[in-house]
Design a protein around this ligand. Structure first.
Ligand code: SF4
Length: 346
């Protein structure tokens, strides 16, 4: 089992490596220990901070933790967990791909090295993507499939150049499209059927994930709006929105998902952000998409990636998400002043 497989455990070669090693999942789970602990960490980290946590130092443990994590996600069997977990695996793969391709390519004696070309071949995209110096041209069918769930209006085909059935993309955009392909690969087959014998040995891990999910869900039901108690990052984004700045797509989604996550409806968001209700309609409707909650409130880790984690205070050191920060600040607050009455004073 190679380091490359541990870094990209969704690869066909990684699955084959596990099979070739003769690892039986039931025996692995029955034995417990590091692969199970790391598998649980993968899922809990996906819930709390949108990542899969720190990799285990041993490639074998790291690789085996991936099928364990998939079993745990299947045992809980909640669509929002599957979505959050797949996005976390994809976000981690995205960062690793960028690092491996733009730094010194990751080399592994038997597993080869990770390259964009290798990932394209893995997802049968090699004939749909034509690489060039600045990025690539992507066949329109593949583009539409991969960009369908990406955040931001810039992904809509209507605003892209289209020439002879190809859509030009920059290098960073190509990584984002590959992230979508990884997310789809991770989601494939979930939930898995889990034999009783395996489920019985993972009862405490399943309960731990249910508990983490309950903590994650609860801030979304706060239904109490006190802008003065918002986390520093959201106060900063709100100030920028109210001053008329057109926020970058990721920042706008972060702010809107936070505000809708604490129970505000579209008109309230528009009033608080000093925007025309029509101006927020498109993004809020996407936040609350057909499947509900497709864009959960962001984690602090995600906010940091996009440079929106600013003005941190002491409480920031103790919480995984801006919503958790707000839940802590709002705890015990009763009968607050109506937030509309505070707007003119801001
Ligand atoms: S640590 Fe989290 S809550 Fe605090 S400012 Fe950064 S993103 Fe916001």
């Amino acid at each position: 089992m190679e380091r490359l497989h541990a870094r990209y455990p969704f690869l066909t070669a990684a699955r084959e490596a596990v099979e070739a090693a003769g690892v039986d999942l039931a025996d692995l789970v029955a034995a417990g220990g590091q692969p199970v602990e790391r598998g649980l960490d993968r899922v809990e980290s996906a819930i709390t901070d949108g990542t899969v946590g720190d990799p285990h130092r041993t490639p074998r443990v790291e690789l085996l933790s991936y099928p364990v994590a998939r079993v745990l996600v299947s045992l809980v069997d909640r669509p929002e967990l599957t979505r959050v977990y797949a996005r976390a695996e994809a976000a981690t793969a995205h960062e690793r791909l960028r690092s491996d391709v733009e730094g010194e390519a990751l080399k592994s004696t038997a597993g080869g090295e990770m390259t964009v070309e290798r990932l394209l071949a893995e997802f049968d995209l090699d004939r749909d993507v034509d690489l060039d110096e600045d990025g690539a041209r992507v066949g329109v069918s593949a583009y539409l499939r991969l960009a369908a769930d990406l955040d931001g209006e810039e992904w809509r085909l209507a605003v892209r150049d289209l020439s002879d059935g190809w859509v030009p993309v920059e290098r960073e955009e190509l990584y984002a499209l590959l992230r979508a392909a990884v997310r789809d690969r991770v989601t494939e087959g979930l939930p898995l059927p889990v034999p009783e014998a395996v489920a019985g040995n993972l009862e405490s891990e399943r309960e731990a994930i249910e508990s983490a999910l309950a903590d994650y869900d609860s801030p979304r039901g706060i239904d109490l709006v006190v802008p003065g108690l918002f986390p520093p990052c959201m106060r900063a984004l709100l100030d920028r929105a109210r001053s008329g700045e057109d926020l970058p797509p990721n920042s706008a989604f972060a702010l809107l998902s936070f505000l809708t996550g604490i129970g505000m409806d579209r008109d309230e968001v528009a009033a608080l952000c000093d925007l025309d209700p029509e101006a927020v309609e498109y993004r809020v409707s996407r936040l609350r998409g057909e499947n509900g909650g497709d864009y959960p409130p962001p984690s602090c880790a995600t906010m940091q990636v996009y440079g929106d984690c600013v003005n941190k205070d002491d409480l920031c050191e103790e919480i995984p998400t801006p919503a958790n920060y707000y839940a802590r600040r709002i705890d015990g607050v009763e009968d607050p002043t109506d937030w509309r009455e505070t707007l003119d004073a801001d």
